[in-house]
Design a binder for this molecule. Structure first.
Ligand SMILES: Nc1ncnc2c1ncn2[C@@H]1O[C@H](COP(=O)(O)OP(=O)(O)OP(=O)(O)O)[C@@H](O)[C@H]1O
Ligand SMILES: O=P(O)(O)OC[C@H]1O[C@H](OP(=O)(O)OP(=O)(O)O)[C@H](O)[C@@H]1O
Ligand SMILES: [Mg+2]
Length: 403
């Protein structure tokens, strides 16, 4: 650890709850440093509750031939993960609901381990898992900047939330509406620090240190954090917020500049596994292809309409004057054959165009304005592009040899 970093962190005091569940870690990985360095809390707490060391990078077990993915076993992420995989034709079969392993019949060399999200991150680091689906909040908190963890897909489109700092709406915080305002309150001293309760000790402490907070005391708790300020046990909380209802119901408010991190479900891989374990790259590729194809399709619709015209080109010209109905590459226009006076004739053309869901109504209006009629709208199941952008990213940004 650099002396400067040590000096920056010297004022942070840590207080840990006696709960055996709490594990308050203070580990900071300066961007310039290689690996992870750890900072022991100044007010050292009981050894059982503190793990000041980063998860050791365990050697990759060469005996295991099967590839393993960790999926959340409980909580709100569990159901949504299984449902996402099912939408990608990757149904998870759990033979016995009391067992922690399952399989995805379509990918025979893949073993599914149903685990708590925190354990998924730990097991990716210990080499027991190769892949995992967890919230970005959990990867960031428990991964602590470990560069063996690669977020292969950063937007699985569920579990959206943010890690945010909140304070009471009333009392001494009534007029505090920004992080700067909170920091500048003269009340915070070494004897009376700002007491922040959080289940995200690493991210919370790193964020507030980087923002220049000096006199802070962190309390660790696993749940019901929102009850701490009303009970007088803490001044602020750093917790996950989604709709904001829990904060509102507990008379708490977020403040400007107080968002620590935006989160949603992600697919994470161990870099060592990608490099070394046979089959991990291929399975990651297949997962990425299926996920990207499904997720990009779920935000788009296929619109079909008929339009009178003298030729396909003439209809195309009319369609291409409209911004919302140009499709992925351009509209597909095909003749509609009918019988007229005993002969086959073409008076109408069918237009097929993919439009973003949120632009549907605008697209319909534009189609009508150029003479479109009989509009059909269908859901898309998959859009397979030539190449998955995130697969390319794996080799370009992460140095994984994907050839
Ligand atoms: N209110 C929320 N709305 C949306 N996503 C959330 C919310 N709270 C948490 N998450 C996301 O879901 C993940 C799992 O949270 P969840 O509360 O379901 O599990 P858990 O806290 O492990 O379970 P439990 O609370 O039952 O112990 C979090 O890591 C986060 O990424
Ligand atoms: O902004 P909201 O939509 O109200 O969601 C935020 C709440 O959701 C999470 O709790 P969760 O429901 O997971 O309960 P837990 O504290 O028992 O994990 C989080 O810890 C907040 O308390
Ligand atoms: Mg929860």
């Amino acid at each position: 650890m650099s002396a400067m970093l040590a000096a920056q962190l010297a004022h942070v005091s840590v207080s840990l709850s006696p709960s055996p569940k709490s594990s308050f870690r203070f580990q900071v990985r300066p961007s310039s440093a290689v690996g992870v360095c750890s900072i022991a809390p100044r007010a050292a707490a009981s050894a059982t509750a503190v793990s000041a060391k980063p998860a050791a990078v365990a050697p990759l077990s060469s005996e295991r031939t099967v590839v393993r993915i960790g999926l959340p076993s409980k909580g709100r992420m569990a159901e949504q993960t299984l449902s996402l995989l099912k939408s990608c034709q990757l149904s998870v079969k759990q033979l016995n609901p009391r067992q922690y392993t399952a399989e995805i019949p379509l990918i025979p060399n893949l073993e599914v381990w149903l685990q708590r999200p925190t354990d998924i991150v730990r097991k990716l680091q210990s080499g027991d898992l190769d892949l995992g689906i967890v919230g970005f909040d959990i990867v960031s908190e428990y991964g602590m900047g470990n560069d063996d963890l690669i977020v292969v897909h950063d937007a699985l489109e569920f579990g959206h939330c943010r890690l945010s700092l909140a304070v009471p709406k009333e009392g001494i915080f009534e007029n505090i509406n920004s992080l700067k305002g909170l920091q500048e309150m003269p009340i915070w001293t070494e004897e009376r620090p700002l007491r922040v309760v959080t289940g995200f000790g690493y991210l919370g402490a790193k964020f507030l240190k980087e923002k220049g907070f000096k006199h802070i005391k962190f309390l660790s708790a696993d749940g019901a954090l929102e009850s701490y300020p009303p009970m007088g046990m803490a001044d602020a909380i750093v917790d996950l917020v989604s709709s904001g209802t829990t904060l509102r119901e507990n008379n708490l408010k977020e403040i400007e500049g107080g968002v620590v991190l935006q989160s949603q479900a992600t697919l994470v891989a161990s870099r060592r596994s990608l490099h070394k374990r046979k089959g991990v790259l291929e399975i990651t590729h297949e997962l990425l292809e299926r996920l990207e194809a499904h997720l990009s399709a779920s935000s788009q619709l296929m619109v079909t309409a008929n339009m009178r015209g003298s030729s396909a080109e003439e209809v195309a010209e009319r369609v291409l004057t409209q911004t919302s109905i140009c499709g992925l590459q351009g509209p597909t226009i095909s003749p509609v054959y009918c019988k007229k006076d005993g002969k086959v004739a073409v008076e109408y053309y069918a237009i097929n165009v993919v439009v973003p869901q949120k632009l549907l109504y605008k697209s319909i209006q534009q189609l009508r304005s150029i003479g479109g009629s009989g509009v059909l709208v269908t859901k898309l199941t998959y859009i397979f592009d030539e190449e998955t952008p995130r697969w390319r990213n794996l080799s370009q940004s992460w140095g994984v040899n994907t050839l």
